[in-house]
Design a protein around this ligand. Structure first.
Ligand code: NAD
Length: 476
């Protein structure tokens, strides 16, 4: 397992390393190897070697190791969360949530170990079939920087429980907490080679993992364009795929909603993790009867938000994760202005001042008067910018919600069951929340439709996706 963390005070001396820096301060934290194709091959060798003994264990024994890993993640949650905030930027309490969420998902998979996973089919005189579920072999996991710890749990938990071994590639700006958790798996008793972490750029290390013919499945979370590339490569090899891609979740607020509660939902839904969440509220559709009140309330709240280093207890929102992320958000808002697609109610530029000079801070931004045809609604805004559209009725809200190439999540805020029914039956998304947004429990399948991806994380669905059936036909 490649888990080198240098912990040296000095940045890397040459190009064979990647420096990891705090996006709030520019402070150097550590450096990790810039992996190569040879490193990917070596990790796959290790994973292949480990596969025999790991897959031969009972599921219950594998579950016990996951359970121990969950305990260790909980034991170290403060240190892990601190490291996550330093490399990712999010407020410490969000990092604590995420680290605990990772422990919860590992514990969830441990808890379902041993539950019947196969089936018996009686075929009358012809015989009986025993349908078992066997692991796929060596699997690859590629994860992004926005929620690196929980997404690690989503992939490692079901893959290992099912008996696969794994090669995981973290994002280059956030590899450190993933590496620390990898070490905790070893401490929990995971055999060497069952989980391998290779750091390095997506275009080289990530792509090499996808191209590796001995890798039987890739579970990828990231943006749509990368997802398309991966699907093409995997398609040539008939490799199994889970693709968790971008989203542009609509939130619909009807006239009968609990408005203060919906405002809180939109705030958390949009500005959690500085808006860098796949299922963030990315388009807000407000019924015209409540739109003025809603916009007033949310503007007051947004203007009271404290922006700063995630390690400070008063911080509500940290920086974006990188310069390129902030550049993207700056372009989104410039385009809205240039095309006169909406009115900036608050925010609209990077945060300035001495405390912010070395970080990638952007003001939480609200845009009103956005026309349903605005170009900004067609893209995924992966940062703290919320476009708001006023709609006359539910039908219009549903029609507009569906005018997106994505289909990850959606929410409706209402007290009326018939509204819930209309939204559930007609909005294209993998999950529809009612009077909440963002929550993704370990037990529930999670994933999108359309360009938001294929396959599901979490629950039995993810476990299934790391197995294939193998049938014993007993002819009597
Ligand atoms: P990205 O696709 O650029 O990178 C994600 C990972 O893929 C990184 O580890 C990266 O190094 C690697 N990678 C990049 N190019 C690669 C290639 N050619 N081959 C193999 N691997 C490669 O994604 P991003 O823009 O950094 O992440 C944000 C995106 O992720 C957003 O679109 C967001 O919505 C999405 N996301 C989706 C979910 C979900 O569950 N649906 C969850 C979180 C984030």
């Amino acid at each position: 397992m490649d888990m080198l963390i240098n912990g040296t005070a000095a940045p890397a001396a040459d190009e064979s390393w990647i420096d990891v820096k705090n996006p709030a301060t520019g402070e150097y934290i550590d450096h990790v190897p810039r992996g190569s194709v040879a490193d990917v091959d070596a990790a796959v060798d290790a994973a292949e070697d480990a596969f025999g003994s790991w897959s031969e264990k009972t599921m219950r024994d594998r579950g016990l190791i996951l359970s121990r890993a969950a305990d260790l993640v909980r034991r170290d949650h403060k240190d892990l969360a601190h490291l996550l905030t330093r490399e990712q930027g999010k407020p410490l309490r969000e990092s604590i949530d995420e680290v605990r969420g990772c422990a919860n998902i590992l514990e969830y998979y441990a808890s379902i170990a041993g539950q019947p996973a196969g089936e018996a089919v009686h075929l009358g005189k012809a015989g009986d079939c025993l349908v078992t579920r066997v692991p796929l072999g060596v699997c690859g996991a590629i994860i992004p920087w926005n929620m690196p710890v929980i997404i690690m749990g989503w992939k490692v938990g079901p893959a290992l429980l099912a008996g696969n071994t794994l090669v995981l590639k973290p994002a280059s700006t956030t590899p450190l907490t993933n590496l620390r958790i990898g070490r905790l798996f070893l401490e929990a008793g995971l055999p060497a080679g069952a989980l391998n972490i290779v750091t390095g750029p997506g275009e080289s290390v990530g792509e090499a993992l996808v191209r590796q013919a001995r890798v039987k499945k890739i579970s990828f979370t990231g943006n749509c364009e990368t997802g398309h590339k991966i699907q093409k490569i995997a398609g040539d090899q008939l490799k199994a795929l889970t693709l968790e891609l971008g989203g542009s979740d609509p939130m619909i607020v009807m006239a009968d909603a609990d408005i203060p509660k919906a405002v809180e939902g939109a705030l958390r839904g949009r500005f959690y993790n500085a808006g860098q969440v796949c299922t963030a509220v990315k388009r807000l559709y407000l019924h015209e009867q409540i739109a003025p009140e809603f916009m007033h309330l949310i503007t007051v709240k947004v203007e009271a938000m404290k922006i700063g280093n995630g390690l400070l207890p008063e911080t509500d929102m940290g920086p974006l994760n990188s310069q390129s992320q902030r550049d993207r958000i700056t372009t989104v808002v410039t385009d809205i202005n240039d095309r006169e697609e909406g009115k900036i109610l608050t925010g609209g530029s990077p945060v300035t001042g001495n405390d912010y000079a070395n970080g990638f801070f952007y003001q939480p931004t609200l845009i009103s008067d956005v026309s349903p045809d605005a170009a900004v609604l067609k893209k995924e805004i992966f940062g703290p910018v919320l476009p708001m559209v006023t709609v006359p009725d539910l039908r219009t809200a549903i029609r507009e919600a569906n005018r997106s190439r994505y289909g990850l999540g959606a929410s409706v805020w209402t007290r009326d069951l018939s509204t819930v029914k209309e939204v559930f039956q007609n909005v294209h998304a993998g999950i529809i929340w009612v009077n909440r947004h963002l929550t993704i429990p370990p037990e529930v399948p999670f994933g999108g439709t359309n360009e938001s991806g294929i396959g599901r994380e979490n629950g039995f669905h993810a476990l299934d996706s790391y197995t294939q059936t193998k049938t014993l036909f007993l002819g009597w």
